[in-house]
Design a protein around this ligand. Structure first.
Ligand code: PGA
Length: 255
């Protein structure tokens, strides 16, 4: 049986400042990513850069994703980008519910609407969940369960193959942790927990892939994937450095 490809996502967030820098970072990533057989690379630039990148790159080893999307496809919604617009442009993936968007008042209800709408439009959804902090009583488990189930309310079984769950503990994101990721043992515990919730909810054999995000870098990528038992990584800061991101891709390709 063919081994499933690992998924490595570059979340550029609100970077870089110019088209010129986009080209430098992207061409560096492309040089490595387009050679790798065991990794699916997904680049998620800010909206303004997506169209040009999609038009200029044709290989299937790099796909494109957006960092957000609106929940509606038509109407008077100033400033929004719809799922159909992304799909028709050739964007394949969309990150929904990133903690930095949740911090801007996006709740589980809106996240849920966005997921349903994006899936209906044929996009693959990367749903982010993650707790702000950990406590000794394990309340974060209940928080994660609610975040996951509320976000997926009414999402049917037959959409699960278009869904990825990215576990991103907010406290481990590079901006909050001084680049220190969560331990792979703790990541493993959460992957089991997420799988159990999904299994209880859906009772299907084929589960969504589970990814980890939070200070992933070339030093911890192997440990996070092998011992954290995840299907891939969502990489923020290190994805803006083509050399570092390329190292992550090459390391993961060999696993
Ligand atoms: P980080 O960000 O790799 O910089 O911690 C990950 C993310 O926010 O998706």
């Amino acid at each position: 049986m063919q081994k499933d490809k690992k998924i490595i996502i570059a979340n550029w967030k609100m970077n870089p400042d110019s088209e010129k820098e986009v080209q430098v970072i992207f061409s560096g990533i492309k040089k490595i990513a387009s050679k790798l057989l065991n990794v699916q690379t997904i680049v998620c630039p800010p909206f303004i850069y997506i169209a040009k990148l999609v038009d200029s790159h044709k290989g299937h080893r790099i796909a494109f994703g957006s960092q957000n999307v609106f929940s509606e496809n038509k109407g008077a919604f100033t400033g929004m980008i719809s799922p159909n617009m992304l799909k028709n442009k050739g964007v394949e993936y969309v990150i929904i519910g990133h903690s930095e968007r949740r911090a801007l008042c996006e709740d589980n209800i809106l996240v849920n609407k966005k997921i349903k709408s994006a899936i209906k439009s044929g996009l693959k959804v990367i749903l982010c969940i993650g707790e702000k902090e950990r406590d000794d009583h394990g309340h974060y488990f209940n928080f994660l369960k609610k975040q996951l189930l509320d976000s997926l309310e009414g999402v049917p079984k037959n959409s699960l193959h278009n869904l990825f769950i990215a576990y991103e503990p907010i406290w481990a994101l590079s901006g909050n942790s001084g680049n220190k990721s969560m331990s792979s043992a703790d990541v493993h515990e959460i992957t089991i927990f997420i799988k159990k919730i999904l299994h209880d909810q859906y009772r299907v054999k084929v589960m969504p892939k589970i990814l980890y995000g939070g200070s992933a870098n070339p030093k911890n990528a192997e440990d996070l994937i092998l011992n954290g038992n995840v299907d891939g990584l969502l990489v923020g800061k290190a994805s803006l450095d083509a050399k570092k991101f390329g190292e992550i891709l090459s390391i993961v390709n060999k696993l």
